[in-house]
Design a protein around this ligand. Structure first.
Ligand code: BGC
Length: 828
């Protein structure tokens, strides 16, 4: 979508790039240079080490030949290396923008951030298809539909690569769940792979000319993808013509034999060349099990994009562009613009939104999410330099209208109720930080911490010398003027112990993921209660949080009742949704409790949910007046959300996934978990994933694919179809029938009618256009189709072919909101 305002911005930001073509980095000239370089290389000391990483995030460099070490960094939604970086909204929010230009801009800004840090290879985008809401990495990906995912992917990659950084499309392929991700095989038939799971990867290779492909952790049809010859050689290289480097996911080669890795298409064993080792390659060469030409091929695949994208010529340190600020205002602006376009308004009963600034005088904001930077966890997590929380965003707009904003805590971090010792007026707890996991010896550092809510990946200021294997002891007292029954809760990853008045309240002193423990206690007013918290960090994520909540009847709801509008911020965060594990379909228990408690108020409630996909909402959604799906909105998310709440921005995000009512309604319900424990999950639903499946099963859904409300109203008229057979142009007129400027996404679905020799979906997304319209304005929207829109994958021919017959062309505003349609006849 190009709004007049952001067109100027786009032109300003991208002028040198807007008219350039995708880099053609695999040219004959590059090939010649690659081969010349290879001819000068020593097999054992130079070629072999080049087939793996030299460190966690670097490839091997050869000074003698001026081959630089390449620096890689996650990806996909911000640079995850070298400290803080601009943090963009999650991939799923990007897909929810349905805006190709903004996807390009997202990639472009990421490339700037990468160059500001000397990064050559960005480990993104992640493009696996969303099958089920629980997958821990859905937030990084682009939703359930292959066309939307492919177009988002292509524009993201072009944005990255046309700006001088190599992109890596990952995780190839069928890494659609995170539970037991490197143990359970995804068993997917060939047609389904080609129609659903391959398109984003194929488009990355063929349309965006991606430089790197990262295979996945999981086996595919029983074979680890990192050694799947059919996938890596027959499909990726021969069918699609991929010329770049295939790297393993980090340590994913662990379960494969070195011989298989060497022979079946792995170029770069990341991160540390641990599994396709130099010794093993040497042995295979000596025993004639592998030829030098196979090694040359791996090196060629790596050097080709390295030379073609200019990294070789830039030389050592040449990728670092000091003219780009690391906290780049342009990147921050991109993060804001993406968030504005990808947050989805799902419910707006009685036009509760935008906030009526004349009538609403007091807003109660609830939920700890309102004060936090929210993103998914794992390698996709970014630590921003600064962030605007929802509460901050809401406050800054509300003050313009003299609206009072109260943050009503359902639980508190005891900001002014913790003191360093008995009788003391110095707020906070005394923190002693130990350089060992056992609280042994003299602390490496001591400081006063005002309250306990640490996430040491996002706030890298542990005052010990390390971020792993350390421990902390906090001591002090709790004192409050408000007597009552309080519930104290402690949560952490890894271990913790809580003592109140020397009584051991909970003991979780062991390694493990995030978990919480609570205990109620009657508290007298103005009385000191001794507090001691011990914290243990072994490795991985490092969190600790200590809160309490006054549980006396109505205390919380009374405060909500005293306001004119409640904005409830709840959902998931990086502690409980991320790489390496799945999450439940339900909200986390604390969040369920919160929203159910909030819904007891008489005041109208607007919910803002942060999460990577759908969640169970039957108990609370009907009670809300408004519902905004924020996904993970990035560092500027608080501003974008507030702008939408107050009508400064008209929401235009559309769901890139179907929201089911119940998990059991999902077409993959019986084929998601490895319920028989045989380490295989058969994708029995085949191509009927997402709306394709719900349509086939004629199932009602909570919110359909493509759905999202606007403050404007739109009409679609004048459907016209011209052209010949499969090459057709579809046009229609979109009119903004409201008094508010806004954007709508015209979605084109095509569906085979009147039978087919092969089962086809009732409809499939084949085109879309996001259009910005002033009040009362109309525009003609044109979408072109070609044979791809009428084809299916024929497994006998091993190719796509046109399925002739009658098709219904449907135009609408979601997969379940048909506005116009016409049937056409397609011949072969
Ligand atoms: C993830 C990749 C990531 C890599 C490097 C792996 O655990 O699966 O997506 O790029 O780590 O951080």
């Amino acid at each position: 979508m190009t709004t007049p305002k952001n067109f100027i911005l786009l032109a300003f930001l991208f002028l040198p790039f807007t008219f350039s073509f995708a880099q053609k980095w695999a040219t004959p000239e590059v090939e010649k240079r690659v081969n010349e370089l290879i001819s000068q290389m020593d097999l054992e000391t130079e070629k072999l080490p080049l087939t793996g990483g030299a460190a966690w995030m670097n490839t091997f460099g050869i000074e003698r030949l001026h081959i630089p070490q390449l620096n890689t960094a996650d990806g996909p939604q911000g640079i995850g290396a070298n400290g803080n970086a601009p943090a963009y909204p999650a991939g799923i929010l990007l897909a929810a923008t349905w805006n190709r230009e903004i996807a390009y801009k997202y990639g472009h800004s990421l490339a700037n951030d990468a160059k500001a840090r000397g990064i050559h290879i960005l480990l993104g985008p992640g493009v696996n298809i969303y099958r089920a809401p629980m997958c821990g990495r859905n937030f990084e990906y682009f939703g359930e539909d292959p066309l939307l995912a492919a177009q988002t992917t292509v524009n993201y990659i072009k944005g990255v690569q046309e700006n001088g950084v190599m992109a890596t499309v990952k995780h190839f392929v069928a890494n659609n769940q995170e539970y037991a991700r490197n143990k359970v095989s995804s068993d997917v038939d060939e047609r389904t792979l080609n129609e659903i799971y391959f398109p984003a990867f194929k488009a990355a290779v063929q349309e965006a000319e991606v430089g790197a492909v990262m295979s996945s952790y999981n086996p595919l049809n029983g074979e680890y993808t990192v050694t799947d010859k059919w996938l890596l050689i027959d499909v990726l290289r021969k069918q699609w013509g991929f010329k770049g480097v295939h790297m393993s996911d980090w340590r994913s080669a662990e379960f494969s034999a070195c011989e298989d890795l060497a022979k079946n298409g792995l170029d770069l064993d990341m991160p540390g060349r641990e599994f396709m080792t130099v010794d093993c390659l040497k042995r295979m060469l000596a025993e004639n099990k592998i030829s030098e030409e196979t090694i040359n091929e791996k090196v060629r695949n790596f050097l080709r994009p390295m030379i073609g994208m200019g990294f070789y010529d830039k030389g050592k340190n040449g990728q670092l562009d000091k003219s780009i600020p690391s906290d780049n205002p342009q990147s921050n602006q991109t993060a804001l613009e993406v968030a504005r376009e990808g947050i989805v308004l799902l419910k707006n009963t009685d036009n509760i939104l935008p906030v009526n600034t004349k009538k609403v005088r007091t807003i109660a904001v609830v939920g700890q999410n309102a004060t936090r930077f929210l993103c998914g966890g794992g390698s996709g997590k970014t630590s921003p330099f600064h962030t605007i929380s929802m509460l901050g965003g809401i406050r800054s707009i509300a003050t313009q209208y003299n609206i009072n904003v109260k943050f009503v805590e359902e639980y508190s971090h005891m900001h002014n109720e913790l003191f360093i010792e008995k009788g003391s007026k110095t707020a906070g707890l005394k923190g002693e930080y130990f350089d060992n996991p056992d609280l042994k010896g003299k602390p490496a550092a001591t400081q006063i911490d005002p309250y306990i809510d640490y996430d040491w990946k996002a706030v890298p200021n542990v005052p010990t010398s390390r971020r792993e294997n350390f421990s902390v002891r906090w001591t002090g007292v709790f004192r409050t003027p408000n007597a009552g029954i309080y519930e104290f809760t402690i949560g952490g990853d890894d271990g913790y112990r809580l003592y109140i008045d020397d009584e051991l309240i909970c003991d979780e002193w062991k390694e493990g993921g995030f978990r919480t423990r609570s205990r109620k206690k009657t508290i007298k007013a103005n009385t000191d209660y001794k507090i001691q918290i011990d914290y243990l960090q072994k490795g991985g994520e490092a969190y600790i949080e200590f809160t309490n909540k006054k549980t006396d009847a109505n205390y919380f709801v009374d405060q909500l009742n005293a306001s004119d509008l409640v904005i409830a911020c709840f959902g998931y965060n990086s502690k409980n949704e991320g790489e390496g594990a799945d999450r439940p379909f339900e909200l986390p228990e604390t969040e369920q409790k919160l929203i159910n408690e909030v819904c007891k108020t008489k005041t109208p409630v607007v919910g803002i949910v942060t999460v990577g996909g759908n969640v169970e909402m039957q108990s609370w959604e009907p009670k809300l007046k408004g519902l905004l799906w924020a996904w993970y909105p990035g560092q500027e998310g608080g501003t974008a959300i507030a702008e939408i709440l107050f009508g400064k921005i008209n929401p235009s995000g559309k769901l890139p996934v179907t929201f089911e009512k119940r998990w059991a309604d999902n077409p993959v319900y019986n084929s998601y978990y490895d319920s028989d424990g045989d380490k295989h999950v058969k994708y029995t639903e085949g191509i009927f994933v997402g709306y394709r499946g719900y349509d086939k099963l004629k199932r009602e859904v909570q919110y359909p694919f493509g759905f999202g409300l606007s403050y404007s109203t739109f009409e679609l008229n004048d459907l016209k179809i011209s052209g010949k057979n499969t090459d057709i142009t579809i046009s229609c007129t979109l009119k903004n029938t409201s008094k508010k400027a806004g954007a709508q996404v015209v979605q084109l679905y095509a569906g085979k009618r009147g039978g087919s020799t092969i089962e086809r979906p009732l409809q499939e997304l084949k085109g879309f256009e996001k259009v910005y319209l002033k009040p009362g304005e109309s525009k003609v929207v044109t979408i072109k189709l070609n044979k791809d829109a009428f084809s299916y994958y024929n497994i006998n021919k091993k190719d796509f072919e046109v399925d002739p017959g009658e098709y219904e062309i449907v135009l609408g505003f979601s997969s379940r909101d048909k506005k116009l349609s016409e049937n056409i006849l397609i011949t072969r």
